[in-house]
Ligand binder design. Sequence first.
Ligand code: SAH
Length: 413
Amino acid sequence: MTTQPPVRTTKPRQVRPATEGWSQKKDETGRPLLQFASPKRGKPPVHLADLTADERVAKVKELGMPGFRAKQLEKHYFQHYTSDPALMTDLPAAGRDELVAGMLPPLLTEVKRLETDRGDTIKFLWKLHDGALVESVLMRYPGRITLCVSSQAGCGMNCPFCATGQAGLTRNMSAAEIVEQIVRANRLIADGGLGGKKKDDHSADRVSNIVFMGMGEPLANYARVMQAVRVMVDKDHGLGMSARGITVSTVGLVPAITKLSNEDIPVTFALSLHAPDDVLRDELIPVNSRWKVDEALDAARDYFDKTGRRVSIEYALIKDMNDHAWRADLLAEKLNARGRGWVHVNPIPLNPTPGSIWTASEVPVQNEFVRRLNDAGIPTTLRDTRGKEIDGACGQLVATEDDQVAADATPVA
Ligand code: SAH
């Protein structure tokens, strides 16, 4: 006996950003506007976390101190999460302030802190030395603490459904500005500022997982992001985190993905795909005008081959835009065509962004999308989304007018 597929009474609607009235910004040559180069602004001060261990020793000597002081500063910063000379009593009082000012200059001034989920999700708004604003989101889960970090102030990738993308790129962040987000979060956790820990949770009281899913396109700021990652994983001269707990997420800058595959640090890799067909992805992810769906998927598969790390495909489910059953099938087909067991899919219902006309797919549509992928043998789980109430969820990070007012009233440290 054969079971008949359910009869469709209505044809699924198909909308695209263009038909919904969104128009893609173009550059002078008529190609979709993408900002790869960081606008020139005053550089943030050089900080210990921007330097290799040897460079730190050299800089300490330049500041007139013996080289071994570098190790002491590393310990204060990466283990005690402090940049305050008053707490560094193992350093000689004479010249201590100058040494600390030279090695651990202030980078992030806290402007605002918003909490939700009874205190176990916290969004920070930071002001950088030049007034640029960035955010990070700290989340406690059973057995782990995740920090969503920013890698650029703003973003140049111009994705229509992402608030950061619509605001444009202000500038690249330095490696130390990226790392400092973690150190400050660790400080808060150590001080008991993150709620929600259950009695039977014996995990360490510090950030265990990093996701590069805050503001910015990490692979457009490659060298600084990689320096930051090196500091995160360095056991002797850094934070000593596990590489697999660090997720680098990208819109699909193919040459940079290839470069990442050849690094010696097996981070978790995530590709923000959002559409399996170029017709739609060209509009949804403007960088698709440079590197097509198949090229991005080939690069993702290559990442798996080189590192053995299973890749994630991110897919924001947008009502009537990219959530059709046939797209789930096409996605499964394209992934299976590249082998089995190398990938999983993480759909996420679209988070609303200011002024956007798009909404999340209906729950039955989400479930059908997930079911089809799973049935085709692709492990697929709907992503848990946190922080919507504080505009801290994926795609919602952008400095608002209120944030700017608060920032203007906050003096830089
Ligand atoms: N630029 C990188 C990292 C930042 S965005 C990237 O695009 O991967 C992190 C994730 O949030 C990406 O998968 C992105 O596509 C997704 N995202 C952006 N806007 C969103 C929204 N409004 N709702 C849900 N997810 C969104």
